[in-house]
Design a protein around this ligand. Structure first.
Ligand SMILES: [Zn+2]
Ligand SMILES: [Zn+2]
Length: 244
């Protein structure tokens, strides 16, 4: 993976860009803020309880008992639970799209901030031994030149004091774009997309699978399944954003 030196990137960007919000082009925002101003921050919605105990789907209203939503009741999910930092609304999807597909890497500190704020307090007490970013197919990774899940995993791993593990699961099929498919078609589509790099190499580890957006959970569940079949004891999922 190509790593971009942070200081060099900040210095280069502040030379190239004035300290202005790259979303509204209206207000002041520094490289350290990921070029997102305070007003644009108001468009964010953090994921807060109550939510589905299993897949983390935020639930409107009060629930006092354990709750599993319809989404995961009829999907065979292979992770113990999934949680996300923020809601994947149009605003955030727009930023993630520009980050991923236009390589607008100056949004990275902003996205990392959102991820860490919510994930670190929860995951610190889970005693996991490593973070597995959802892998891209090698062809896609060559095109895009970076894997966004892997880049987001690095600061989270640093904050938790555990390693990023990129040698456990590989993507063997470049899956079709998922957006037009219903949840069962998605699950079928990704079921055969991942494979272990080395079979039977895990010994009961507790691992975190990390991705940028979770929609139905089919992708992260497929990665969790490979890890479980390979000997992982338990798999948790964290994503930056959660589609509703
Ligand atoms: Zn702004
Ligand atoms: Zn659910």
């Amino acid at each position: 993976m190509k790593s971009v030196n942070r200081d060099w990137l900040d210095a280069g960007l502040s030379f190239l860009f004035p300290a202005v919000c790259q979303l509204c082009a209206d207000a002041r925002a520094t490289p350290a803020e990921g070029y997102v101003c305070q007003a644009c921050w108001q468009n964010l919605r953090f994921v807060t309880p109550p939510c589905c105990e299993r897949c983390g789907l935020p639930y409107a209203g009060e629930i006092t008992t354990a709750f599993e939503c319809a989404n995961c009741r009829d999907l065979d999910l292979h992770f113990r639970w999934a949680r996300a930092s923020v809601v994947a609304n149009d605003f955030l999807r727009g930023v993630i799209h520009r980050y991923k597909y236009n390589r607008e890497l100056w949004f990275e500190p902003f996205l990392t901030d959102l991820l860490l704020r919510q994930a670190v307090p929860v995951l610190r007490s889970e005693n996991c031994t490593g973070i597995v970013p959802v892998p891209l197919h090698p062809v896609k990774q060559r095109e895009r030149e970076f894997n966004q899940a892997e880049r987001l995993a690095l600061p989270l791993a640093r904050a938790l004091g555990i390693p990023v593990l990129t040698h456990l699961v590989k993507r063997v099929q470049p899956t079709r774009t998922q957006t037009q498919l219903d949840k069962h078609a998605r699950a079928d589509n990704v079921r055969r997309a991942f494979a272990p790099v080395q079979p039977k190499s895990l010994r009961g580890e507790r691992l975190i699978v990390l991705d940028d957006v979770l929609t139905t959970g089919a992708t992260t569940s497929a990665v969790a399944r490979v890890l479980r079949e390979n000997g992982a004891g338990e798999v948790l999922v964290w994503t930056l954003a959660r589609g509703l």
